[in-house]
Design a protein around this ligand. Structure first.
Ligand SMILES: O=C(O)CCC(=O)C(=O)O
Length: 288
């Protein structure tokens, strides 16, 4: 699926954007299903197990910032996670045996949508090796003003940064530490149907949405089947059930990599938005 040049670019830069992975029909269905979740939020006063609501959410102006675990909420999201064109790309980058890790649908409503502070996914879920990546599916066109994902090229080969503040995991890096790196950030924009792929150690963030349309980014994380979590959270049967290609293995591939466990965590947190409330400094203005 990918050319040698695209594979080399990903290995060198730690990210890649591929257009035309999802068809117009697939996008229409995903957006129709997403509209349904946003409509349902009108009846909610507070976040629940499925929907994470922004602090300024109201029935008149529903503001959903995340559909949690979307692949468990609707078959359309599950099919998108298993999309054969996407799987071919994943196998080019992770090898033939691929495990789905987790999903989320991040929505930035018109007139705001929380910025996401600089972080590395590796800080949230370190594994025995770092053959993991996250895919962002553009459900709408993503423009510079939409609050696109931003990455720092080559950062996947650099330091694993501290995502703690005052001894607690906050899922964000103090921006003062990243001042020089941030100037090299690249915004990943493109048409609906494109996907971004970023390595688990790539530094990334996103600003608030200043566009006249919602920004809908469907995120799927995947791992090579022989990458085992250092903080296991489920029984073997459930772990193996997440394989989408290849055979299970009881032999983790170990690499000597820098790791800092995401512990201790604030018990009441449920998403990166909650975690990042406590970060020491901010890179971006917060939506009101
Ligand atoms: O939604 C975004 O712009 C970035 C999301 C992200 O990095 C995350 O949820 O880990």
């Amino acid at each position: 699926m990918l050319t040698d040049a695209q594979i080399a670019f990903y290995r060198e830069q730690g990210y890649l954007l591929v257009e035309e992975v999802f068809t117009a029909e697939e996008l229409a269905e995903l957006n129709r299903v997403t509209d349904g979740f946003i409509h349902r939020a009108r009846g909610l006063m507070a976040s629940d197990a499925t929907l994470d609501l922004a602090p300024d959410h109201s029935a008149e102006h529903p503001k959903v910032r995340r559909v949690k675990n979307p692949t468990q909420r609707h078959a359309a999201y599950d099919q998108a996670m298993r999309n054969p064109r996407l799987l071919a790309i994943l196998q080019d980058l992770l090898g033939p045996a691929v495990r789905f890790d987790h999903a989320k649908l991040n929505i930035k409503p018109v007139g705001g949508g929380a910025a996401i502070e600089w972080h590395q996914d590796w800080a949230f879920y370190p594994h025995s090796n770092d053959d993991l990546l996250a895919v962002g599916v553009f459900l709408e066109d993503v423009k510079p003003e939409s609050g696109p994902l931003m990455v720092i090229p080559g950062s996947h080969k650099g330091a694993v940064h501290d995502h703690h503040h005052e001894g607690v995991f906050v899922g964000a890096i103090d921006p003062a530490v990243l001042s020089a790196d941030r100037e090299r950030a690249v915004a990943l924009t493109g048409p609906a149907g494109a996907v971004t792929l970023h390595h688990v150690r790539t530094l990334h963030a996103s600003t608030e949405n200043r566009a006249a349309r919602e920004r809908r980014l469907l995120l799927f994380s995947y791992a090579a089947a022989d990458a085992w979590p250092l903080v296991p959270e489920e029984p073997l049967e459930a772990f193996d059930a997440r394989l989408i290609a290849g055979a299970p293995t009881l032999a983790p591939r170990m690499e000597a990599l820098p790791v800092r466990l995401p512990l201790p965590r604030r018990p009441e947190t449920d998403s990166i938005f909650d975690d990042q409330e406590l970060v020491a400094g901010r890179s971006f203005a917060q939506a009101t």
